[in-house]
Design a binder for this molecule. Structure first.
Ligand code: ATP
Ligand code: MG
Length: 372
């Protein structure tokens, strides 16, 4: 065991004086494997937009993680990084309040991934149910790269590089967060002398480099896709994108299968269609009325409800589509946003890395990152 070295000459940064009691920090983000959809919005982005007002926010575009399954589509991954920034801006993320950055341009993340990989037993990583699910759903079989399971370790570094206190995510990410919490505890115990019996909330106070972050799962942790089976996902062709027109939304909603046969058959208000009803129809009275009529088989068809949901979704997306259109073709502006966000991200991540290296007896020299 070593005690943490004083970090007097860590790189200066605007975040080094950050006081978590005043403004807690969040880190979350998306893999650039396509545009963002309603699942992202209700599962995570909506919450991020709220938290911008009270939290220090870092949003990562996990482009290295996209390479784990799409190494042959690097051009698309690059394009999708810019598309996701457009989606963020459309959904209400404000780059003056939040740092939006590229994972591949923050070297501290890759370095911490390597170090954290030593703290996790290999079998522990492979037991992660989200990884297992992805292998199955994406049909990766036995031929996935070494980098694929490594992304789960990488995600612990994404979060811990920013010493985030909470991570607004959908349900599928909870196992990744659990792994992150384990790495943070282990690091603090092995390298900072934090007692293994102490409470998670005490780690920083007791000299640990990393806070133990918590998952902040939104009200809708898993929006089902329009296939009615899997989670809505950009890779599974079951998503409503924020750029979709009313016509497309209606068509996609029409595909959501409930198995109900007639207008007078009592319906199950916990089915997938009603997840959409409760998520997107804002008028609580109308939701209650639909639930009553559906459960009673009171002459109400799935088709009718689907159109009502499609209208509600269209109303939500209309201002987003308009905002997004303002950034079409403005790649230079988007790149400037990414550059500014990445500079802020590097300032904080370098500070974290310096502290972690000091603690792990790897702190030999200081360095600075300058972006061109
Ligand atoms: P991929 O298919 O490439 O894995 P994805 O659609 O699952 O893409 P991610 O980039 O993996 O999207 O997820 C980004 C964030 O959005 C995560 O916090 C995830 O939990 C959340 N999210 C994605 N899909 C949904 C969904 N259908 N319901 C709720 N949250 C979701
Ligand atoms: Mg995913």
């Amino acid at each position: 065991m070593t005690s943490p070295s004083p970090n007097t000459d860590a790189p200066a940064s605007s975040t080094s004086t950050h006081d978590p009691a005043v403004r807690p920090r969040i880190l979350t983000g998306d893999t650039p494997t396509g545009q963002l959809h309603l699942g992202h919005y209700v599962g995570s982005v909506r919450r991020r937009v709220e938290l911008q007002e009270t939290h220090e926010c870092y949003f990562i575009l996990a482009n290295m993680h996209a390479y784990t399954t799409r190494i042959d589509k690097s051009d698309e991954i690059r394009r999708d990084c810019l598309e996701i920034v457009r989606d963020y801006l459309a959904m209400g993320i404000d780059p003056d309040k939040s740092a939006i950055f590229l994972q591949s341009e923050v070297p501290a993340i890759a370095e911490l991934t390597f170090l954290f990989a030593m703290l996790l037993p290999f079998n522990r990583v492979m037991r992660n149910p989200t990884l297992k699910d992805e292998i199955r759903v994406k049909g990766l079989g036995e031929n996935y790269s070494f980098g694929f399971p490594l992304y789960a370790v990488g995600q612990t570094a994404d979060i811990l590089s920013f010493r985030a206190h909470s991570v607004p995510v959908g349900e599928d990410q909870v196992p990744h967060l659990e792994l992150t919490r384990e790495v943070a505890r282990k690091f603090n115990q092995v390298f900072c002398g934090v007692d293994e019996h102490c409470d998670d909330s005490e780690h920083e106070q007791l000299g640990g480099v990393f806070p133990i972050p918590v998952a902040d799962v939104g009200r809708v942790g898993r929006l089902v896709g329009t296939d009615g089976v899997n989670k809505m996902s950009k890779s599974l062709n079951n998503a409503i994108f924020i750029t979709d027109t009313f016509k497309k939304i209606k068509k996609k909603m029409g595909q959501l299968y409930t198995g109900r046969q007639s207008l007078t058959e009592p319906g199950d208000v916990n089915n997938n269609l009603f997840q959409y009803v409760r998520t997107f129809i804002e008028d609580a009275g109308r939701v209650a009325e639909l639930e009553r009529a559906y459960a009673a088989g009171d002459n109400i068809g799935d088709g009718h409800i689907k159109v009502e949901v499609a209208e509600a979704i269209d109303k939500l997306l209309e201002p987003m589509r308009e905002r997004r259109a303002q950034y079409e073709g403005k790649d230079a502006e988007i790149l400037e946003i990414l550059k500014a966000g990445t500079e802020r991200a590097n300032a904080l991540a370098e500070e974290t890395l310096a502290r972690a290296k000091d603690a792990a007896n790897l702190g030999f020299f200081r360095r600075e990152i300058r972006m061109g």
